[in-house]
Design a protein around this ligand. Structure first.
Ligand code: ADE
Length: 594
């Protein structure tokens, strides 16, 4: 039954089909303000919604059910034409709610509500439009009634074929091999079309180091279901449901096992390739519920197009697996820079009949203590990271020495770039770069990483407004339940970037990375100058302990200097989190780019 109220898809606080945990994460990110609310779609029953709302620091979830006549109501409540009207009513009347919906928790600007894991409503619309053109030679908005319903149905019915978790025609043995390949992880899964026993589909799910297989039945009513579990019209819905609930499985779904040949076609000018084939593979996925942010304000300097093209090269070309690269496939061209134990070269990797620009980190002196293990540490840690503001690790190449093959950031290190460009670099580009560094660092924090060497030299530029964090040689992955890393002794450390607790107590966590982030901000606004120039280690410690801080750079706006000072709070807990820093920039950019 059609609802008659305002279309929820047009509401900024409508987040689409996200599970309860994701709703709670989004509300928590905004500090659980009393009365803050968001609306999401029920993951199991089409047409039902959930209102998630904060009261007294806790999050409550109200199910909004669609009635036979198309109205919406909270259990035992009053009917409304749609969720928007229901929420508007409760702004003034509690009528059974614990608190009034006061402040909307909006989606990030420029993002679209989720339709399924890894698929936004915008993605789905691209696919629908493509099919509308192909089948009816019409754009989607010219289709009505049955034609439109049929189209939505047929696209939804086939969409699983293009997902990163779908493996076509493989048997149980092959599924087990693929699941095992990069190690088991609770909730890792794939869906396969079967080659035996009458075809159909099966879900292979990893739990406690084993793969369990579930048959997906196609029931008499045409729905898909597992054992006694609920039925769904589309495999997409079934998978969305089990991301949200165990419902008889050994565990919930968490990460896809990606087919080895999962790859999107290259788009012919971005227009004529079949977007249904894989509209989603362009995305670097950190979470099934996240859409990459796009700047929603103008930035000066180079256009964003090269940045998008750049991202496609690395997202199209590679799976999540670390490649073992043969030296014959790698051509090194020029030296980009030298590090403590090696050099970085620009190069080209031949891969699937194309040449991919890469940066290659090479170990030159095998006798530098720990160099091999540090570079290996970097390779292993980086392989797990996939975010557009973090340099991608592509693979390793072993000859007589050891090479890390990395995504190339053509404009190189931020400190050198701003030194070259000096005042010619527009201030809003500096701010955008620093925002992206904070976004990348927030991602690392979510992945339980401490970077331990964040500095402008380790921020690389793809364009003047597209930055990536690099150099994970000193990074550490924290174990479950650990929130800091403690070393036994001091090492060859970048002291000028380190918080007091790192130096005094050898203790590192995401808040010590925040301190380094403040120094990175300072370097950026100071055109790549060195911090604490002319001062030595002991002097710097005394300077900081006496409460002094680096001076406000000439080009640095007051508000951003205030942020820097907060990053340099003596007590780690007084420093902002990277999430807060990201939000700070959003507000800052909105206010300074009308
Ligand atoms: N210098 C160090 N790593 C680099 C990379 N990935 N791209 C460009 N320059 C670099």
């Amino acid at each position: 039954m059609q609802q008659s109220g305002k279309n929820p898809a047009n509401l900024q606080y409508y987040h689409g089909r996200i599970p309860r945990e994701e709703a709670e994460r989004r509300l928590r990110n905004k500090n659980l303000v009393e009365g803050m609310y968001l609306l999401r779609a029920n993951m199991t029953v089409n047409g039902n919604y959930v209102l998630s709302i904060v009261h007294s620091g806790r999050i409550h979830h109200y199910s909004l059910e669609c009635q036979a006549n198309g109205s919406i109501m909270i259990q035992d409540g009053r009917p409304f034409p749609g969720p928007y009207e229901l929420i508007e009513h409760h702004k003034h009347a509690l009528d059974g709610l614990l608190t009034h919906p006061r402040e909307p928790c909006n989606r990030d600007p420029g993002t679209s509500p989720m339709a399924w894991p890894y698929v936004t409503m915008r993605d789905f619309e691209v696919a629908l439009n493509y099919e509308a053109n192909r089948t009816y030679r019409k754009s989607l908005d010219k289709l009505w009634g049955k034609q439109r319903d049929d189209l939505v149905y047929s696209v939804s019915k086939k969409l699983h074929e293009h997902q990163r978790w779908f493996h076509k025609n493989i048997d149980r043995e092959e599924a087990e091999l693929r699941m095992k390949k990069n190690g088991h992880k609770n909730g890792k899964f794939l869906v396969r079309s079967k080659t035996h026993n009458g075809g159909g589909f099966a879900l292979s799910l990893s739990c406690s180091g084993h793969t369990k297989h579930y048959r997906i039945d196609e029931r008499e009513d045409g729905n898909y279901g597992i054992e006694e579990g609920p039925g769904f019209s589309f495999l997409m819905d079934l998978i969305g449901h089990y991301f949200n609930r165990m419902d008889g499985l050994l565990c919930k779904l968490t990460v896809p096992c990606v087919p080895p040949d999962f790859r999107a076609p290259s788009y012919n000018n971005g227009t004529s390739a079949n977007p249904l084939y894989n509209p989603y593979a362009q995305r670097s996925v950190s979470s099934p519920w996240d859409e990459p942010e796009s700047p929603d304000f103008p930035v000066q300097g180079q256009s964003n197009l090269p940045a998008e093209d750049h991202q496609k090269i690395y997202d199209f070309g590679f799976t999540e697996n670390l490649l073992r690269i043969s030296r014959n496939d790698l051509e090194l061209t020029e030296e980009l820079g030298k590090g403590y134990f090696g050099s970085v070269m620009r190069g080209r990797l031949s891969f699937n009949n194309s040449l991919i620009p890469v940066a290659v980190k090479t170990l030159i002196q095998n006798d530098v203590p720990n160099s091999q293990s540090e570079i290996m540490n970097e390779a292993i840690l980086m392989a797990r990271l996939k975010h557009k503001n973090v340099i991608r690790m592509i693979g390793i190449c072993r000859t007589d020495t050891f090479m890390l093959v990395l995504e190339l950031a053509p404009l190189g290190q931020l400190n050198k770039y701003v030194r070259r460009r000096q005042q010619r670099m527009p201030q809003q580009n500096l701010v955008e770069i620093l925002r992206q560094v904070a976004v990348g660092m927030a991602y690392l924090g979510q992945q339980n990483f401490v970077h331990r060497d964040l500095a402008a030299r380790n921020v690389l530029l793809v364009t003047e407004t597209f930055a990536k964090i690099s150099d994970f040689g000193m990074s550490k992955a924290l174990g479950i339940g650990e929130n800091y890393y403690k070393t036994e002794r001091a090492g060859k450390w970048p002291l000028k970037w380190y918080a007091p607790e790192c130096i005094w107590y050898f203790k590192f966590d995401t808040k010590s990375d925040v301190w380094s982030y403040g120094v990175t901000m300072w370097e950026t606004f100071e055109n790549g100058d060195k911090p604490y120039k002319g001062m030595r280690g002991q002097e710097i410690l005394e300077f900081i302990d006496a409460g002094h801080r680096l001076k406000q750079p000439n080009r640095c706006p007051e508000k951003l200097y205030e942020l820097m000072l907060r990053c340099w709070s003596h007590e780690a807990e007084d420093r902002p989190s990277f999430q807060e820093i990201v939000r700070f920039y959003k507000d800052y950019q909105r206010n300074s780019n009308p």
